[in-house]
Design a binder for this molecule. Structure first.
Ligand SMILES: *[C@@H]1O[C@H](CO)[C@@H](O)[C@H](O)[C@H]1NC(C)=O
Ligand SMILES: *[C@@H]1O[C@H](CO)[C@@H](O)[C@H](O)[C@H]1NC(C)=O
Length: 391
């Protein structure tokens, strides 16, 4: 009997190891990358007082694309930047690429990544094929000497790859550019628990002490996962979406400045929030919003330790043997649309009037959102809504 029990126990633990083993690499990478995601968001958020939207996975894939063609210190810096350097294994050339590819596919994300190189520099086919395969990234030549034409090519590419959801990534193109890296992504919350537009009403949103705006405020009652973090004095609500993705919406207490949350968020803090969530009956009010944000990553990346690619010592020999290739700019444009609509799996249970009336959580002041893939906890987007009437 005893033997049998222990055998069972061992079998059970072997089983759990092998089940964990399948996802471990992707989960480990997601954990390591989460710090890049939160640091990039903090950096971008700290440079403005307005709405923010960052595709952290898009930025990761863009830098990974470059890393695939970089060598020496330039490559190490890129891998370190996105947090995966310690996962590189000797003799396993394609390890990081494989894991990132799996992550991209698991999270069902289709950000557009384009590397636009000046006309007279030909990228190696092996590089172009590799980044297409792993990151769905595209490498194209453009004629930077003709600014209008170059701008047109880049913007056409992004419109095509995002189904017109993202436009006008670049405004002007420097004719001296050697290579521009473009990242574009869009998120449309396809809620598993959609809001009913019948209950959406104009309501007040307190941008700050002096500025109150009217916004279309959505309303829904139901069971939600909710938590409160007393350290940051922030309420955390989870809104599940299609494809195993969820949005955490963070509402700092009225006496808390949202910049405090912006600055203090880390991968660990984020995972702590997810772990704390508990199911509860709730009535929530969330404004509709639609963000279109441009992020000049060339401005933020150097302070996150990614500098070499922009300098004269950039080693991009894997992209082209042509001397002195370096990156001129990294631009990201992100669209986030949040309204009542639900995904195809929508359950039509939205019963507004529950008995007894549940507590109400109202997002009527600046809030932060984190979109992530639930199984791996990979962070996909982080943003901030300061004024929902603006883009
Ligand atoms: C650039 O990277 C390649 C590949 O890692 C390496 O062989 C080469 O020595 C590097 N060049 C310089 C100048 O560091
Ligand atoms: C929205 O609510 C109204 C009023 O209760 C109801 O008649 C309608 O069927 C609901 N729509 C959906 C899509 O659930």
């Amino acid at each position: 009997m005893k033997m049998g029990f222990f055998t069972l126990l061992i079998e059970a633990s072997l089983l759990s190891v092998s089940v964990l083993g399948q996802t471990t690499d992707v989960e480990e990478l997601a954990i390591k990358n989460a710090d890049f995601a939160t640091r990039l968001y903090s950096k971008i958020a700290s440079s403005s007082d307005d709405n923010v939207a960052v595709s952290t996975l898009g930025a990761t894939l863009a830098l990974a694309t470059l890393a695939a063609g970089a060598g020496g210190a330039t490559q190490s810096e890129l891998l370190q930047g996105i947090g995966v350097d310690s996962m590189v294994k000797d003799g396993e050339q394609e390890r990081i690429q494989n894991i990132l590819q799996q992550l991209r596919e698991d999270a069902a994300q289709i950000p557009a990544t384009g590397l636009f190189i000046k006309q007279d520099v030909k990228a190696d086919d092996s590089f172009s094929n590799q980044v297409k395969q792993y990151y769905n990234a595209d490498v194209q030549n453009v004629n930077y000497a003709n600014g209008q034409q170059a701008k047109g090519s880049i913007n056409d590419y992004v419109r095509g790859r995002t189904g017109e959801k993202v436009r006008d990534v670049v405004e002007n193109v420097d004719p001296q550019s050697m290579a521009i890296l473009i990242s574009a992504a869009f998120f449309t919350g396809q809620w598993l628990q959609p809001f009913n537009a019948t209950f959406t009403q104009e309501d007040r949103f307190y941008v700050n002490k002096y500025n109150i705006v009217q916004v279309p405020m959505m309303l829904r009652s139901g069971k939600y996962y909710l938590a409160y973090d007393p350290t940051f004095k922030v309420g955390i609500l989870k809104l599940p979406c299609e494809n195993g993705i969820a949005m955490l919406v963070l509402l700092p207490d009225e006496d808390v400045d949202y910049t405090y949350v912006d600055e203090s968020m880390t991968g660990e803090v984020f995972r702590g929030w997810v772990a704390k969530l508990k199911k509860t009956k709730l009535e929530i009010q969330l404004p509709r919003f639609s963000l279109k944000q441009s992020n000049s990553l060339s401005v933020s990346l150097p302070s996150l330790g990614v500098k070499e690619i922009f300098g004269n010592t950039a080693n991009l020999t894997g992209i082209s043997s042509s001397e002195g290739l370096k990156l001129s700019e990294v631009e990201q444009k992100v669209a986030v649309d949040v309204d009542e609509s639900g995904g195809s799996l929508a359950e039509a249970s939205g019963n507004l009037f529950m008995n007894p009336l549940p507590p109400r959580l109202t997002f009527n002041r600046p809030f932060i959102f984190v979109v992530y893939h639930e199984v791996t906890k990979c962070i996909l987007y982080i943003g901030r809504v300061v004024d929902p009437t603006k883009n």
